[in-house]
Design a protein around this ligand. Structure first.
Ligand code: NAD
Ligand code: DAU
Length: 350
């Protein structure tokens, strides 16, 4: 029996990872540690919350005493670390929060893992989930590989780059059994509607303007979140300590093309005349420091560990749009209260 700590398990990707591990590994004890910030939501885990191999603990990774005591008490065998502040726009309006959670929170977890595994590191694993944004931006061509030099531009990516460096430093300096992966943009169910795809689905449905940053020419490489969760499972079990694995969809889309596609699909699903939703497109002031293009070379992961994405984007996007249309109550709950204030600050008079 293995006891695995998953941090940030009430968030978007974390909830998919928790669900996969709880269902696939009945012999593991899965402990989900989450502060339940605006982005964390236990409703994301309703279907598995009563499973005997699952437990939720509310707590803050920034609280070093709490983290050390938790590790001493629970003696985890493995950690999959997803807890983070994850939205680039919020990192532009409040960078310090990103340093606390993403950098200090990660170092607290590293210290606690190093402490409890010091006598017996064999068979243990600290798995840090990171992003392709640490590599900076690409021009029109090329792909990010595991050898691409770090060049973060937003406070979010700078904080993730810093945490990645700390994880590798703990591996190299203290022999901590650690592995890192860097993934491209995820999409799918349970994503908080501050990120492009769920925000725009919600706005189209409600006939609200679609705020396209700049000219909409930035490119992102989209991966279905359940394929990311499958990659995390493979890397956690088969990846090599000290290694980095890139994860991506080989699925590049210019923002404006993706937005037009979402408008077309939603016109069809909502019974609107073709072209209706595109009229909501509104070009607004660009994001500061906006990276032009991300694209991941995931051949190392495919070659060495045998992972490949399972879902084509056309099918994944349809499924995702259907999920948000069918889960109105979930959307209504997460967009009430605090969300309205965020939306005003972010978009009104932009
Ligand atoms: P999210 O914002 O949806 O979820 C983050 C979770 O972390 C939330 O449940 C939140 O409550 C929790 N959390 C935040 N601060 C905490 C703290 N101090 N203590 C404990 N819990 C805390 O994020 P996501 O999109 O699911 O991303 C998860 C991870 O994957 C992040 O590390 C992110 O950098 C990385 N990542 C995300 C993407 C993407 O496209 N979303 C792509 C690559 C990597
Ligand atoms: O690449 C991985 C990263 O992907 C993750 O590490 C981050 O946690 C995740 O948030 C995501 O970052 P992006 O900044 O790429 O995602 P976002 O959904 O915020 O934006 C996608 C693109 O859409 C980006 O070019 C900015 C643009 N955009 C976004 C919003 C919210 C708009 O044009 N308008 C918007 O309102």
């Amino acid at each position: 029996m293995r006891k695995i700590l998953i941090t940030g398990g009430a968030g978007f990707i974390g909830s998919h990872v928790v669900r996969l591990f709880v269902n696939k590994y009945p012999d593991y004890q899965i402990v989900n540690l989450d502060k339940l910030t605006y982005a964390g939501n236990l409703a994301n885990l309703k279907d598995i919350e009563n499973k005997p191999n699952y437990r939720f603990i509310k707590g803050d990774i920034v609280d070093s005493d709490f983290i050390m005591a938790l590790f001493e008490q629970e003696q985890f065998d493995g950690v999959i670390h997803l807890a983070a502040e994850s939205h680039v726009d919020r990192s532009i309006s409040n960078p310090t929060e990103f340093v606390f959670t993403n950098v200090i929170g990660t170092v607290n977890l590293l210290n606690a893992a190093k402490h409890i595994w010091k006598d017996e590191p064999e068979g243990k694993r600290f798995y840090h989930i990171s992003t392709d944004e640490v590599y900076g931006t690409l021009g029109e061509t090329g792909l990010f590989t595991e050898e691409t030099a770090y060049d973060p531009h937003s406070p979010y990516s700078a904080s993730k780059a810093s945490s990645d460096h700390f994880v590798r430093a703990y591996h190299d300096t203290f022999g901590l059994p650690a592995v890192v992966s860097n993934c491209s943009n995820n999409y799918g169910s349970y994503q908080f509607p501050e990120k492009l795809i769920p925000l725009f689905i919600n706005n189209i449905r409600n006939n609200k303007p679609l705020p396209v940053y700049g000219k909409g020419e930035n490119v992102r490489d989209w991966l279905w979140v359940e394929d990311h969760a499958r990659a995390i499972d493979v890397i956690f079990h088969k990846g090599k300590n000290g290694e980095t694995y890139n994860i991506g969809g080989h699925n590049e889309w210019k923002n404006i093309d993706l937005i037009r596609l979402m408008c077309q699909i939603l016109d069809r699903k909502l019974g609107r005349e073709a072209g209706t939703s595109e009229k909501l497109i509104t070009y607004v002031k660009d994001r500061a420091g906006h990276d032009l293009r991300y694209a991941i070379d995931s051949s190392k992961l495919q070659r060495e560990l045998g992972w490949v994405p399972s879902l084509q984007f056309a099918e994944g996007l349809e499924k995702t749009i259907d999920w948000y249309l069918e889960n109105e109550e979930w959307l209504a709950n997460v967009t009430s209260g605090e969300y309205q204030k965020y939306y005003e600050e972010q978009y009104v008079n932009r």
